[in-house]
Design a protein around this ligand. Structure first.
Ligand SMILES: Cc1cc2nc3c(=O)[nH]c(=O)nc-3n(C[C@H](O)[C@H](O)[C@H](O)COP(=O)(O)OP(=O)(O)OC[C@H]3O[C@@H](n4cnc5c(N)ncnc54)[C@H](O)[C@@H]3O)c2cc1C
Length: 431
């Protein structure tokens, strides 16, 4: 049996940041990954000359952990316009920059639909969230959940009108949280709001997978083993334990970090190892990718839908090839439609229903779009309601030399996953 100092199971962003932090401190580390690429839920597939991400994701360049671990310049980040188009009643309403100039943006565009007080409240919320982030009070990756409320209750208690919540917060944050009830904890919302306000929403050249690729390239040669599923982990009460691999090998390590998603972690470990810990449920999403000749009129601007689910399946619509290089062959565009979870139609009808709804917003050019791929992501984000966050373990340490790691312990975002890996590595180094 081979023995190692520290083995990390899973090369998602959390496993990669953990590995980088340990390697930078001089530890010998081995990362065992089931898939044939690092990155986990941050993945991109080549489809007919296009690069299609596994679910619509954006990287926010204000993420503190991103600034710590990533070389933004080398990623060749392209950015969305800071504003958006809000689809309502079959029309697109431009909101110029709700993050940096909320009062002006909201007054000018949604005039007549919502009152000026909502604009003033948004401006106040923005200042408060930025201040709280700078003082370390709303980082959901480090703040203990305590007595958080849901995003919706927080917005209601701040006096936002029901119309404004429906027209602004539901379409913007429904797409981020993958749920329009806004049941996600207010700390997660506050941090995300501040990140949108302080930076830009970006995509790296050639697809989101460039992010984990860059992280993996910083690991010591030979420390990452791909295509190697771990089947079972047997902890040792003296520290670490044994890993049973699908290829029949057994590995022993003094330190084991389980950096898979939460449900897989619970399956790999014996029930008693987690104590009372229960993995959170997942939220799912679907992305339909289209190809088009030329560029859709919305260009680098995000379209979010404030229409009812009965009006069509689109949650948000984007053109990644207009934002960053390498997503589409020359002269062509890649278009993403993220599908809302509450659309009542059948999966087989999705592409046609998306084109019909989008044609109402962008015109007849949409009829020429060709469906490239439909990407279903059943395990996209762990549920992050206040109750679920309160049930998380305070520390990822399950026993001597045995650690849990991943976005389910911090917050489900690129920043949260990177923070989770770094924090476990720091605990391990201190132990
Ligand atoms: C559709 C979608 C949209 C998102 N949108 C955004 C966004 O816009 N902005 C943002 O910041 N974040 C977004 N996120 C969240 C972000 O991508 C995740 O929070 C983050 O990638 C989670 O990283 P992780 O390392 O914790 O877990 P994972 O990425 O799940 O990594 C776990 C790793 O463990 C591996 N593994 C599993 N089982 C085994 C096994 N038995 N043996 C060995 N290895 C195993 C997996 O293959 C994987 O590589 C989105 C996620 C999804 C899916």
């Amino acid at each position: 049996m081979q023995t190692a100092d520290c083995i990390i199971v899973g090369a998602g962003l959390a496993g990669l940041s953990c590995g980088q932090t340990l390697a930078a401190a001089g530890r010998r580390v081995q990362i065992i990954e089931a898939a044939d690429q690092p990155g986990g839920r941050v993945a991109t597939d080549a489809v007919d000359g296009f690069r299609v991400d596994r679910g619509f994701q954006v990287y926010l360049d204000a993420y503190p952990e991103g600034q710590r671990f990533l070389d933004h310049r080398a990623l060749q980040l392209g950015c969305f316009e800071p504003g958006a188009l809000v689809a309502s009643g079959g029309r697109l309403l431009p909101v110029s920059d709700p993050w940096r100039r909320p009062l002006a943006a909201i007054r000018s565009v949604l005039r007549g639909t919502v009152g000026v007080t909502d604009g003033i409240r948004t401006a106040r919320l923005r200042s408060e969230m930025i201040r709280s982030v700078r003082q370390g009070r709303v980082d959901p990756a480090v703040v203990a959940p305590g007595d958080e409320r849901s995003t919706r209750s927080s917005l209601e208690s701040r006096g936002f009108s029901a119309d404004f919540i429906r027209l602004f917060f539901e379409p913007f944050f429904g797409g981020v949280f993958l749920e329009r009830e806004l049941a996600t904890a207010e700390t997660v919302f506050g941090f995300t709001f501040a990140m949108f306000s302080l930076g830009r929403a970006c995509l790296p050249a050639g697809g989101m997978a460039a992010i984990p690729r860059q992280l993996a390239s910083g690991l010591p040669t030979g420390s990452l083993e791909l295509g190697t599923p771990v089947e079972r982990i047997e902890p040792d009460h003296a520290g670490g334990g044994e890993l049973f691999l699908a290829d029949g090998r057994r590995l022993a390590a003094r330190m084991i970090v389980v950096a898979t998603d939460a449900v897989t972690a619970a399956n790999l470990l014996p029930a008693e190892a987690g104590g009372s810990w229960q993995p959170p449920a997942f939220k799912s999403t679907t992305l339909v990718a289209f190809a088009a000749d030329g560029q859709p009129a919305c260009g680098r601007t995000l379209i979010v839908s404030a229409e009812p689910a009965a009006a069509g399946p689109i949650d948000n619509l984007t053109v990644p090839s207009a934002v960053a290089a390498g997503y589409a062959p020359a002269g062509q565009s890649l278009i993403y439609a993220s599908v809302r979870g509450d659309w009542p139609g059948a999966a087989a009808d999705l592409p046609a229903a998306i084109q019909q709804q989008a044609a109402g917003w962008l015109g007849a050019e949409v009829n020429g779009w060709r469906q490239l791929a439909t990407v279903a992501v059943p395990r996209a984000l762990p549920v992050e309601t206040p109750a679920v966050r309160r049930a998380r373990p305070v520390s990822g340490q399950l026993g001597p030399g045995l650690f849990l790691c991943g976005d389910h312990l911090t917050t489900s975002s690129i920043n949260g996953a990177l923070a989770a890996g770094r924090r476990v590595a720091e605990t391990l180094l201190a132990s």
